[in-house]
Design a protein around this ligand. Sequence first.
Ligand code: SF4
Length: 276
Amino acid sequence: METKTKKFKRDILNWYNNNKRDYSWRETNDPWKILLLETISQQTQLDRADIYFKLFIEEFPNPATMASSSLKKVLILWSGLGYNNRAKRLYESSKILSKNGFDELYPNFEVLPGVGPYTNNAILSFAYGEKVITRDVNVDRVFSRYFGLNDVENFVHNNKKPLLNGVSSRDLNQAIMDFGSMICKTKNPLCSTCVLEKNCEKNIVKIKKTQETFSGSNRELRGALLKLLLNENVASLETIQKNLKTDKVKLLKAVGTLEKDGLITIKKNNLVEINS
Ligand code: SF4
């Protein structure tokens, strides 16, 4: 009898063959392109990430070109994506990679700043064809709902072999990611037209919204402050406060966290400078 895992793989891969989204990086096995894409696409929709990916790969086709550039240039190209410390970590990674290539770091890419288990597995799967599951929120949601799980980590750990047996890990991982964002969505999953519906446990848990509201947040202020400094290079706290129309306590918090992330430097006379 066909197991539930086999049915899952068959149905989701069939769906993927007919519905996969075409992106320039989809078929690449260049680990630099994969690192770039995975860094850019965190908390960013794929269509938007694709636009930035093309800009970045044109400017920085390999780690050495980014490493020999400046942090400021990377941040300018990154403008609009938010979470600027990701750009900084990418820049730091390029410095490491220009000395030690991916093959030398293989299989432990987590030594690179900003690379966690997900990106590590994405590089292993998409660049090296390793039999690993790239678990992100989309993938966890699909597994949890379809197989009726509370503990996805344990499930993946125990079922790695049957899940990946006889299939390309790249195809399976990309299929589940696409399926999670297009069909088995966080809110309002499309169960009535879903090709997995017949065998799905529909373990749908209502998710509480915990994310900080962007408007008026420290994140918003950090983004505005960095944008101002990318234009001005250096500005006084007074000028920044006036330009951004914010109160001093919020401004000092934003300045403090940006300095802690290594994106700016607070100098004498209340001057703030962007790091280059
Ligand atoms: S039936 Fe619904 S919950 Fe199950 S996989 Fe399809 S969309 Fe997700």
